[in-house]
Write a protein that binds this ligand. Structure first.
Ligand SMILES: CCCCCCCCCCCCCCCC(=O)SCCNC(=O)CCNC(=O)[C@H](O)C(C)(C)COP(=O)(O)OP(=O)(O)OC[C@H]1O[C@@H](n2cnc3c(N)ncnc32)[C@H](O)[C@@H]1OP(=O)(O)O
Length: 141
């Protein structure tokens, strides 16, 4: 599952994170990730941009599993506790509000002990047919 070349989930992206997201319950999403040395910013700590990309992707998978094509319009991230290189984390996301054009999604990253590392709130904009065509996303499966 996933787009082959996607930076976060694509299995054919040599520079990617190769995270496998799966459906959890009706509209939830789950995944797991282990930070490698090449994901760090400050020594030994996962770069905040990598953390944000993971939260963004988990959010996008929520809308994907809902069967809509959407892009991130807004992503607010809170970095609660450093994610250490070599540390496994668990990722979760679920929708909090669905309107005609916007799906709001909460996502979180926790240590295997359940301690909160980072969380986000996002607004995903559901694309119109015209927007899908303009962005080259009209023929997604
Ligand atoms: C084989 C198959 C396997 C598949 C496996 C699944 C793979 C699943 C993952 C794939 C990979 C995903 C990747 C990660 C997800 C990205 O990261 S997507 C990339 C990052 N995001 C973008 O590039 C989006 C760029 N922005 C845009 O294109 C446009 O600004 C948008 C978001 C489409 C909105 O444009 P628009 O529709 O023209 O918006 P507009 O009509 O002006 O406004 C509509 C309403 O939304 C509000 N609004 C507009 N923009 C914003 C905003 N930025 N913030 C808040 N509100 C906004 C407006 O205020 C307005 O509100 P109302 O006045 O109606 O109350």
């Amino acid at each position: 599952m996933g787009y082959a070349t996607c930076f976060v989930c694509g299995q054919e992206n040599d520079k990617g994170l190769h995270i496998h997201f799966h459906k959890d319950g009706e509209n939830g999403v789950r995944a797991s990730f282990l930070a490698e040395p090449w994901h760090e910013g400050w020594p030994g700590i996962q770069h905040g941009g990598v953390t944000s990309a993971i939260l963004d992707e988990a959010t996008a998978y929520v809308t994907f599993f809902m069967g809509v094509v959407a892009v991130t319009a807004q992503l607010q991230v809170e970095f609660q506790d450093p994610i250490r290189v070599g540390e496994r984390v668990e990722i979760e996301a679920h929708p909090t509000k669905v309107t005609r054009r916007i799906v709001e999604v909460d996502a979180s990253i926790r240590g295997t002990d359940g301690a909160l590392k980072a969380r986000s709130h996002a607004k995903m904009m559901i694309l119109s047919q015209q927007q899908k065509e303009e962005m080259g996303l009209a023929n997604l499966p």
